[in-house]
Design a binder for this molecule. Structure first.
Ligand code: HDD
Length: 702
């Protein structure tokens, strides 16, 4: 908290929530704990019964304890975010690798090894606060750096481009994606008419659509996705020299996604899958880590690109401007209170620090208004910066005063500047934030999109063609699924006409999947060009073979081989993964050596979609029992269908049979557990990822 330099600075008292916070208080209850009081500090003698005229009589209006409690409860909710309503967050730090004085004066990027506290909120975009985590959607990746020169908010997404080029279209985009206004469904889904109606009429969205129809839109975990600042920003050094910059976050664990059928099932089995994953990882003492890299380029470089760096629907391929790693982000502490921190955190893209600056990207410019405005609505007044999670962790002082929920008690008579009556009061500094004196084009006031923004298909093509065949299949399947939920045939047709500009084969395959004749390609303002492909755009090309941070679902029957179970646990943990035990009864499972092992999930509460790989350890009797249970059959069938590596003891074979899997289905991803030595082989196989060759045999794509 800021230490006031003089009597006239904003001085927030340290919040002392005493009794209502369950903290230390001068009042002590009979049993020695804190006394329960009203918000006025009045001790409460009965928190179970309202005040009534007689035991069976009417409740009295006089009951101030009841009225205060109910009034406060009635006002517990604040408006949820209009977008990104559902999120999860964590505290941590950012550590810079080396001083970056050559490119930026940003204080937190000067001293090698310096750590800056951060609060990071991940989110989905379209769904409401109570929606499920595995929606096909963009993920928000918002970082608040509490630097010594003020808060820097990098409010990005897990995709480096956006749907629209100009902020004026944002309300339309969001209206179209959200539940339809007459029926209020579908929730957290773009597979409906209004979304695709808007998109099919907005060719600038085509590149982003390639990303949202790819597996990037169904990440395995917030820990396993990339993040991007999206816009081109400016970094400015002490000499006043500017460099353009794009921000990239890379997950330490590598990128990983789930398959669509798995996403659908996870949403039913555990709608909090991502939220729980983040919480549990940190709760069990692990950390979540990303690397920050910059793409740096000059104004001359920018002029040489055949796209406009102010256009948020374009990337700069890594192969053209390489990434320079500059630091790491480590998340190591869960919030203490979801509402106070995750819900009340107010990110504003306008929060930048000296050494960072904006550009004229018209999407970014519109965002500068929207975030501040939205915080006023959500948090109810101009003092939201005083909420602990939003307060800078460096001194801050000015002459702003009063307003709703003012927590500071400024003293003295001076609340203006310049002044002579408060010589120690806050003053301007030459080291303060200075806008980079960029050359503005000037010109007439017009509503027009520059010609340089007109090519909507070249980079969509680049993305699609840079994917592996498996990933291309998934994009085709996602488009076919989404458009199959669109009731209006003309919208489907318009969309396929756009896709034909991206890639003829893509358009033809989607048309085939929809059972329609391919229309003519849509007219394109600029004919798409072929760019050098960028393997960095593929998830699979960049996958890291590891089981670190992953989960094994171990289905164990009573009588299961204790040595095998132990060997599996050891092998998984050696690779940095965790094991969750699934069994017939939650009370425990008795192994072959008579020991009783704790169980995490009863078999029908722990479906295999929750795990990265599965193993089944049963004896003859256990195998026979599980073979007769639908939940155990689905466990195996789904693990196979989701292309997972599966290991099992011989007596589990009847269960495979009941799951509809015959000997002919047993592929390289199905391993027999004959002895404890097999555990390591299994984990190495699972670390290598899914069994992609299995997919066409199960889900042929057009
Ligand atoms: Fe936005 C929230 C990311 C365009 C208006 N946005 C929000 C959040 C993220 C993004 C991560 C959630 C922050 C949090 O966790 O609290 N938004 C983006 C990105 C964009 C983008 C990467 C394009 C590059 N956004 C965008 C535009 C507008 C908005 C063009 C309006 C003109 N965004 C908002 C908002 C939100 C928001 C309405 C809702 C809640 C909030 O701000 O705090 O102001």
């Amino acid at each position: 908290m800021a230490k006031a330099a003089s009597t006239s600075t904003n001085k927030l008292p340290a919040p002392d929530l005493g009794a209502s916070n369950g903290g230390e208080t001068h009042q002590t209850a009979a049993k020695g704990g804190a006394v329960l009081t009203t918000n006025q500090g009045i001790p409460i003698s009965d928190n179970q019964n309202s005040l009534k005229a007689g035991a069976r009589g009417p409740t009295l209006l006089e009951d101030f304890v009841l009225r205060e409690k109910i009034m406060h409860f009635d006002h517990e909710r604040i408006p949820e975010r209009i977008v990104h309503a559902r999120g999860s967050a964590a505290h941590g730090f950012f550590e810079v690798y080396e001083g970056l004085a050559d490119i930026t004066a940003a204080d937190f990027l000067q001293r090698p090894g310096e750590k800056t506290p951060v609060f990071v909120r991940f989110s989905t975009v379209a769904g409401n606060k109570g929606s499920f985590d595995l929606a096909r959607d963009v993920r928000g990746f918002a970082v608040k750096f509490y630097t010594q020169q003020g808060n820097f908010d990098l409010v990005g997404n897990n995709m480096p481009v956006f749907f629209i080029q100009d902020a004026i279209k944002f309300p339309d985009l969001v209206h179209a994606a959200k539940p339809e206004p007459d029926r209020e469904f579908p929730q957290a889904a773009t597979a409906h008419d209004t979304f695709w109606d808007f998109i099919s009429l907005t060719p600038e969205s085509t590149h982003m659509i390639m990303w949202t129809m790819s597996d990037r839109a169904i990440p395995r975990s917030y820990r396993m996705m990339e993040g991007f600042g999206v816009h081109t920003f400016r970094l400015v050094n002490a000499a006043g020299e500017a460099t353009f910059a794009k921000f990239h976050w890379r997950p330490k664990l590598g990128m990983q996604s789930v398959v669509w059928d798995e996403a659908v099932k996870i949403n039913g089995a555990d709608p909090d899958f991502h939220r729980r994953d983040l919480w549990e990882t940190i709760d069990q003492g692990d950390v979540v880590e990303f690397e920050l890299s910059l793409q740096l380029f000059s104004a001359e470089d920018a002029a040489s690109f055949d796209f406009d760096v102010l256009d948020a629907t374009k990337i700069i391929p890594e192969e053209v401007v390489p990434l320079r790693p500059v630091g790491r982000l480590v998340l190591d502490r869960n919030p203490d209170n979801f509402f106070a921190e995750t819900e009340q955190v107010a990110f504003c893209i306008g929060n930048i620090v000296p050494g960072v600056d904006f550009t004229d990207d018209p999407l970014l410019q519109g965002r500068l208004f929207s975030y501040l405005d939205t915080q006023l609505k959500r948090l109810g007044g101009p003092n939201f910066h005083q909420i602990p999670i939003n307060q800078p962790k460096c001194p801050f002082a000015n002459y702003q005063r009063d307003g709703h929920m003012q927590m500071a008690v400024p003293t003295g008579r001076v609340n203006y500047e310049p002044n002579s009556l408060a010589p120690n009061g806050p003053r301007e500094t030459p080291n303060g934030f200075r806008t980079f004196p960029r050359n503005e084009e000037g010109g007439p006031a017009i509503r027009i999109r520059p010609e340089s923004f007109a090519d909507h298909y070249t980079q969509a093509r680049l993305f699609f063609r840079s994917q592996t065949p498996v990933e291309q299949d998934h994009i085709v399947a996602a488009l076919v699924f989404e458009l199959s939920r669109v009731e209006t045939p003309a919208i489907r047709e318009r969309m396929v006409a756009n896709l034909l500009n991206v890639d003829n084969d893509l358009g033809a395959r989607v048309a085939d999947g929809l059972g329609m004749k391919p229309p003519k390609a849509a007219p394109a303002a600029v004919a798409p060009r072929d760019m050098e492909l960028s393997p960095a755009l593929s998830i699979l090309e960049k996958a890291i073979p590891t089981f670190k941070g992953r989960k094994l679902g171990l289905l164990v029957g009573d009588g299961g081989d204790a040595k095998l179970v132990k060997a599996l646990q050891t092998a998984v943990e050696a690779d940095g993964g965790v094991v969750r035990i699934v069994a017939e009864k939650i009370g425990g499972v008795t192994l072959s050596d008579g020991s009783v092992m704790a169980v995490d999930f009863k078999v029908d509460g722990g479906p295999s979609c929750l795990f990265d790989a599965v193993a089944i350890v049963v004896d003859e009797a256990g195998g026979a029992r599980l073979a007769g249970m639908a939940a155990a059959q689905a466990f195996v069938k789904d693990a196979y269908g989701h292309l997972k590596v599966i290991a099992a003891t011989e007596p589990a074979m009847p269960l495979f049979g009941k799951a509809g899997l015959s000997d002919a289905d047993m592929d390289e991803g199905c391993l027999m557990l004959a002895s404890p030595d097999d555990a390591k082989v299994f984990v190495a196989k699972a670390a290598a990822g899914r069994i992609w060759p299995r997919e066409p045999t199960l889900r042929p794509t057009p």
